[in-house]
Design a protein around this ligand. Structure first.
Ligand SMILES: Nc1ncnc2c1ncn2[C@@H]1O[C@H](COP(=O)(O)OP(=O)(O)OP(=O)(O)O)[C@@H](O)[C@H]1O
Length: 254
């Protein structure tokens, strides 16, 4: 059994004449939680888009469980076990929290959502949606229209929608962006709970979230992974401090 869930080898992506990802190498082990950090414009979202099929690499390889997936369409990569969230909300605002979870689950299993179909008749769907409601802490809001949830609860729902399909590799793009300190702390606990046993790759700017969640941290600077290591080593890494962490590191150590 291959212990590497996802691997990038010499990955490059150019937009016109501008190369944004410049030979990125990364190995993410099965079941590990990896935070991807780096300055604005370093190429973190671009790397996510490449890993999830929303962009095609210019060259280099993306291996999922040892098999090349670079260039496959997003639905094919999803089918092979990768689920991603977006910075922009993917929640259906007019549907209830519970209904959102059921739709996401059906879509992930390859069913088309039909409003006239009695979803309750579909095997297992209600049970799994119930379970996810509990895990994301929204059981009491199950009948609330998703658009009426607080911002933090909408982000929690979004994570539930990403994870509910049962994929093994979860990509979260800035899951705590825009949250208060208390909301971010609660989100960290929730993310730890819902991604247990899965491979998690997360883009995040908030260093207390990064240091609270990650087994390892990969630092992307100008389209290259300049370091990938356990948090204690990243804190001490001179190159990382110079290129990015600076003051962040001092705060993270505290
Ligand atoms: N489709 C595109 N066409 C042209 N340039 C692009 C495209 N997508 C991203 N870029 C450029 O690539 C660079 C990296 O962008 P990206 O969003 O990946 O960075 P990031 O590390 O996620 O930044 P941030 O932390 O600010 O979200 C930026 O200069 C951006 O303008």
């Amino acid at each position: 059994m291959n212990d590497v869930a996802i691997e990038l080898k010499g990955l490059r992506k150019a937009f016109g004449a501008t190369e944004i990802i410049r030979g990125a190498n990364l190995r993410v082990e099965r079941g590990e939680r990896l935070a991807l950090i780096g300055p604005n414009g370093a190429g973190k979202s671009t790397l996510f888009n490449l890993m999830s099929g929303f962009l095609q690499p210019t060259s280099g390889e993306i291996l999922l469980n040892g098999e090349a997936v670079g260039g496959l369409a997003p639905d094919r990569i999803h089918h092979r076990g990768v689920a991603r969230s977006f910075q922009i909300s993917s929640v259906f605002h007019n549907l209830s929290v519970f209904e959102n979870l059921r739709v996401a689950l059906l879509w992930s299993c390859g069913h088309r959502y039909a409003f006239w179909r009695r979803l309750s008749t579909l095997h297992n769907v209600n049970e799994r949606a119930e379970e996810m409601l509990e895990r994301i802490g929204l059981a009491r809001q199950r009948h609330v229209q998703a658009g009426l949830l607080t911002y933090a609860d909408q982000r929690a729902l979004e994570i539930g929608l990403t994870v509910i399909g049962g994929k093994d590799v979860i990509l979260l793009d800035e899951p705590t962006a825009g949250m208060s300190r208390a909301e971010s702390d609660a989100a960290v606990d929730m993310i730890l709970r819902v991604t247990e046993g899965k491979t998690l790759i997360m883009v995040e700017h908030d260093m207390s979230v990064v240091f609270g969640l990650a087994d390892r941290i990969a630092v992307l600077v100008y389209g290259e992974v300049i370091a990938c290591d356990v948090p204690q080593s990243i804190r001490k890494n001179e190159r990382v401090r110079d290129a990015y962490l600076g003051d962040h590191a001092e705060k993270a150590i505290a």
